[in-house]
Every structure is written in C-alpha cells, then in structure tokens.
Design a protein around this ligand. Structure first.
Ligand code: MOS
Length: 701
C-alpha cells in the first residue's frame, strides 16, 4: 500500500536561471551525433518495403532482382526474417507473418552497402498479395464502433455525473455543436532512425528515442535476451513529439537485419514512410452540448468523442478527458467511441487528448459566450470550479483565472469590441480570440546517481532523454541547486542505458521524474560531504536515489497545469488566407526551472498549435487506405514566417504537492487551446464559425 507524502521542500536558488543549452555548441557545429551518425566499421543500410495494398496478405516475395543489384546483402521477408517473441505492442511484430493490416505496413527490408543501393533494392523487390476488402471510413454510426472501457492514460472511457441529457434539455441557454480534428503527424526533424550492432549475443543500438529504458526492455523481450546484454544509446534526439515515446519499427528492423547480415545496420525511415509507420494523432469527431443559465453558469456539459484505431491494436485518443477538468457543471458527460479500421495505427502526439479535446471544448465555450452575449474571458471565470469536477478532489494548485486576467491585461483585451465581422483593414478582416489550456501533472519513478570528485566537480548520471528540450541543462540546475554549488561545477550524463534507469521524456513528466531523483541524490551527497572529516577519497563519493514508491504514490490532489491563449488574426477575404498577427500564452505551471528553455517549450507548443489551426492536416484516403500528405511539401508545418509575434510567459506558482522542485510539466500545454484561440479569432474576424480544422483558404472562401 503506497501512501502519499509531501515531497521534501526544495532548496537553493540555482533553479529558474535562463541557462543556455549545454549541448548547443555541439549541435550547431555538427559534432553532436544522432542515431544514424555512428560510423561503425562495416556498417550497412536497411530500407523498408511498404505494403502496396490496404488489407490482405503477402502471397509471395520475389527478391531475385533486388539481390542481383550491386552492393545488396539481403532482403528480409515475412517468410525468412528472424523469429521474434510476441511483443506487447503488436505494431512491432514485423515480418513475422504474411498479414497486411494496412497500407504501408512493412512487408520486406532490403539491406545494402549504401542507403542508395538499399533504396534501389527495396524498389526492385516484387511482392504479390491476396487482397481483402478494406474499410478506412470513420463515422460515429459505424457497425464496429464501441465504447472502450478505458481511453488512453488509464482514463475511464465514459464519465457521467448527474443527469446530463435532461439537464441540457432543460437549460435556458443551449449550444449544440460539432467539431472535427483531422489526422495529424508528428514529423520530428530527425526521422526515426536506429543503428544496431551485434557482438555475439550482445546488442548495442543507437536510436532516436524519447526513452531508452523501454527500448531496451522491448528488445530484450523480442530477442529473448537478458537486459544486461543490450545497450541503448540515444545521446541526441532530433525531436519526437510523442512519436518516439515507445520503440518504433526502425529499432526492430535494424536489430533483425544486423542479426541476419552480421554487420552493423542503420535503418533511417524515409520521411514519406513516417505517416504510416510511426503513429499519428487519430482524427476526432466531437459533439459538444453546453447548457447554461442566462447569467452564464454551466448547468450541463456533454462532450462525446468518436475516433479511430487500427486493426493491429487499440489506441483511444482521450480527447473528452479535459472536459472533466475545466469547468464547474453539475451535470457532466464525457465519452469516447472508437472504430477499428484498416488504417495505420495511431499513437501519441504532443498533448494527446488535450490538444484536440480542448480545441473542441474551448471553441464551444466561445460559441456559448456568443449565445449569452457574455465576454469569453468572463464566461470562463464564472465557471471556475472549486474542486476537480471529474474526481471531486481538491486541486494542488489552479491559477487559470490569474492566467486569463494577466493575459487579457497584456493583450489589451478590454479594448475589444465583441461584435464579430466588423473590423476591416482593406481586404483583411481582423479579430481576436481567447482559449484556456490545461495539461495534467504526471511523474514516474526514476533513479539517479550523484558523484563528488576530488577536483571539486560533480557528475550526475541518469538515463534521461534530451529530445531537444534541454534536459541535460535543467538537470544540472537541479543538481547545482541541491548541492549549493555553481552550475559550471556540475556535469550531467544522459541518454544511455548503462546509466541509472529512468523513465521516458513523455507526458511532460521527464524533468519532474528525473529531477526528483537527481535532487535526492544530490541532497544526500551534500549531507555526506558536510559530514566528511578529512579529504575526499580519490575515487570520490557517490550517492544513489530511487524515487519508486514516492513519485508514483497516489495523491489526494488533482494536479494540472493551466494557461490562457490569446490570438489576433487577419483573414484575407480575397485569398482566404488567415495570418496570425499576435499570439500570447500565459501559464501557471508550478515553478519554472529554466526560464529560457521553458519559454522555448511553450513557444514550440504554441507554434505547433498554430499549425494545427491553420496548416496541418492529413487526409485518410478511403479507397486507398492511407494518408495522402506524406511529406513536408504537402503536410504543412509552420515556418518562421508564419509566426511573426509569439510571446509566452508565466505566473509564479508555489505548489508544495508536486515534487521537490515544485515544477509541473511544460512540454505539452503550449499546444493545448492554441488552435481554439485562433479559431475563435477567425470567428470574431469573419462572423463565421468554422468547425473543421485546419482553417485553410479553401475552407475560408
Ligand atoms: Mo508526449 S505525446 O507525451 O511524448
């Protein structure tokens, strides 16, 4: 039985400083090595062959033409690839049987001396199939639709409080509306890449991952090896946004190909393979019903989400979950319906659940404000709950109202004329919009060591993942803070499984999880040093911390970060183009541990939210069974020119119920609500409510 204890109070003053990224110079000078840049002797390259049908099975693979090409070593097929143990994650059961569950599923892997010869070989592989009819069409009344017991994150699929349908029907003011968020792709800068190298029964993989500890345990299971025989190195990672949270096919394919050929093998997924291979944000259909009193108090809030998953495994984007946290409504319904289809398997993408869910909820709140004739900031403030609506628990801290007020003040919200469609600047229509943001506080057990060396420096070791966030830097700050030493005396080692085990960089929980262990190891070390009589031993002193049983203890509190987004847009009535002129985010996310890297995280999230609002969207082509936007020429992520004035700031929040640093996660909340703020601004500009993302010119005109 775990019991909840308050984390030990934080110490020192090194936290919060705007320290620059420690690996910045290595990165900009090209010295930082990514997963495909480990030039092992004899290294060769694997290139996957994607399935050319949407459903069925492979009846034959003719490898003769491929094998006849120069430099080709092997072609792995479903018939002859190394046999793996059955994985928990069925998307990793690669080349184990002839089944084709969706278009793009890997049906062979060509291995050759150069990436170019591997690509040519992959193209020369002739695969024959037995086709079966497929179904890639998402609709709420699909005969296979069902309500899952759980949505992602262990959340109950359905939550119902009071009598929401009757309360809505009887409410004096009602909004009944629907929104659609299309499939979205993570598209990190560095596509998924693994270099695998066997030495007898020892396996080393260099991989682009948000969490090497999981990669190791999954490989150990698949290849039936003790974990000690596997080393996973992920020193530098070019972004992930959730798509590298668990091992993806590159890891398994590289390890199988290296096993087969006896050579180190790099599998670097081509950009065009990512949408089908590494997961996507599943499309979500939202029905929102809000019932309120004439003075703007919610009586009923009903949020029903329909989404898809693949036939390979169940993945339920928990998009109705944020509606359980935001507003005081005595009658609450929040449900998920999922339809298994013959489509690529969806997966985690930045703020899974909250990003699409809050687009819908915060757009509906704007519609309700319009129906009430009430300012949308004021509407939110009027519905501020005293306790977490879904669980009834007290919040550990909640400063949404402060974020809304501070954001409104800085944005100049009080000068806003609420009437939609009334401000023109030549052919441009101008408008402003607001939306709230939230993201849960998550934390997992971690271990870490801290070592004091005789030269007066310190080393902190933890298998954290720095996916571009600055994890090395902030962990050094946590350590220096607990040790009461200057930051430049602390070195951090991260990104290897021969370091103390640690959880992944996901769920905005990395810094809290690793930092808790680092803080404890360093606090312990400081005490040991203070008690030391005589000189430090030549090998130094090392302390180890393990937060198991505490970081994962049940808490009596509802713990969430909150924020507010404000947007100003100009909508061109000639071209249909929407440009964001200003974007402001104000957050309350506990203690901010590094002002510079935190701001970058917030701004990065907001930029991704801007893409979600205006440019990013993928089309699942029903007859084809695959996405049509498979590259960055067709899937439009925002560029700098799309983001002229974007500002992120925060309210200092003192929350003793989190972790020793007092921090909440910051990696995901920036994307939450941003698309709604922009959509609400487009409504304010044009007087027209668009309910399908993205708001591209063809929709606007
Ligand atoms: Mo994030 S989608 O939890 O890696």
């Amino acid at each position: 039985m775990r019991t909840y204890e308050e984390p030990a109070p934080r110490t020192g003053a090194a936290l919060g400083a705007a320290a620059g990224r420690r690996e910045g110079r290595e990165k900009v000078s090209g010295a930082a090595r990514y997963a495909g840049e480990h030039h092992l002797s004899g290294r060769v390259y694997g290139w996957p062959v994607p399935a050319g049908i949407a459903r069925g099975r492979v009846t034959g693979v003719d490898t003769s033409a491929a094998l006849a090409l120069p430099g080709v070593l092997a072609v792995l097929t479903p018939g002859d690839a190394p046999r793996l143990a059955e994985p928990d994650d069925a998307t990793l059961a690669l080349l184990q049987n002839p089944r084709v569950p969706h278009r793009g599923w890997c049906v062979a892997l060509a291995v050759a001396e150069t990436p170019e010869s591997a690509r040519d070989a992959a193209r020369a592989v002739r695969v024959t199939y037995a086709r079966e009819p497929h179904d890639a069409g998402l609709r709420p009344d699909h005969p296979d639709a069902y309500e899952p017991e759980e949505a992602n994150g262990g959340q109950p699929g359905r939550l119902e409080l009071g009598d929401p349908a009757a309360a809505f029907a009887a409410a004096p003011v009602r909004v009944d509306t629907a929104y659609r968020v299309p499939p979205l792709h993570n598209h990190p800068m560095e596509p998924h890449t693994t270099t695998a190298d066997w030495d007898g029964d020892r396996l080393t993989v260099y991989t682009s991952s948000q969490g090497g500890t999981t990669v190791r345990s999954v490989l150990a299971g698949l290849f039936r090896l003790p974990e000690e025989q596997i080393t996973v190195i992920a020193e530098h990672v070019g972004g992930g946004f959730g798509s590298k949270g668990t091992p993806r096919p590159d890891v398994v394919l590289a390890a199988m190909a290296a096993r087969r050929t006896g050579r180190p093998v790099t599998v670097a997924f081509p950009r065009r393979h990512l949408p089908t291979t590494v997961g996507h944000r599943a499309p979500t259909l939202h029905r929102l019903r809000l019932g309120a009193t004439p003075d703007g108090r919610l009586i009923a809030l009903l949020h029903e989400v329909t989404t898809h998953t693949s036939r390979v495994k169940e993945f339920v984007e928990q998009a109705a979950v944020p509606s359980r946290v935001m507003y005081a409504a005595p009658h609450l319904l929040s449900t998920h319906t999922v339809v298994p289809l013959d489509v690529p398997t969806p997966s985690w993408m930045r703020a899974p659940g909250e990003a699409p869910g809050m687009y819908a909820l915060e757009s509906a709140m704007d519609e309700l404000a319009g129906a009430l004739g009430l300012d949308p900031v004021e509407l939110r403030i009027r519905n501020e709950p005293e306790r977490d609506p879904g669980t009834g628990s007290p919040f550990s801290s909640r400063h949404l109202v402060e974020c809304l007020r501070e954001g409104a003040r800085r944005f100049g919200w009080d000068r806003r004329d609420p009437r939609p469609g009334t401000r023109a600047d030549g052919p441009l229509l101008l408008g402003t919009g607001v939306a709230a943001a939230t993201y849960p506080v998550m934390v997992s057990p971690s271990t870490a060591t801290a070592t004091a060396l005789p030269d007066g420096t310190f080393v902190v070791r933890v298998n954290a993942s720095d996916i571009g966030t600055g994890a090395r830097t902030v962990l050094a700050q946590v350590a220096a803070d607990a040790l009461h030493v200057p930051l430049d005396r602390v070195r951090t080692e991260v990104g290897r499984t021969d370091l103390p085990p640690a959880p992944l960089a996901g769920g905005s929980s990395g810094t809290a999880s690793w930092g808790w262990a680092v803080h404890e190891a360093c606090t312990d070390l400081a005490a040991r040093l203070a008690a030391l009589t005589g000189p430090l031993p030549t090998e130094g002193i090392e302390t180890r911390a393990d937060t198991t049983g505490r970081a994962d203890a049940d808490t009596p509190y509802a713990r969430h970060a909150f924020g507010a987004h404000f947007a100003e847009v100009a909508v061109d009535t000639v071209t249909g183009e929407t440009r964001v002129r200003r974007l402001l985010g104000v957050y309350a996310a506990g203690r901010i541990l590094n002002a510079r890297t935190a701001r970058s995280q917030f701004v990065g999230g907001m930029t991704m939210g801007l893409g979600m609002a205006l440019t990013e969207g993928s089309t699942l082509d029903r007859p084809f069974g695959d996405f049509t936007e498979a590259d960055l020429a067709s899937y439009h992520v925002p560029a700098h020119a799309d983001v002229p004035d974007i500002e992120a700031d925060w309210i200092e929040e003192d929350d003793p119920h989190l972790n020793p640093m007092g921090s909440k996660g910051i990696g995901e909340i920036g994307i939450v609500g941003t698309a709604a703020a922009i959509g609400n601004a487009v409504h304010h500009a044009t007087g027209i409510r668009f309910r399908d993302l993205p708001l591209t010119p063809d929709r606007i005109l």
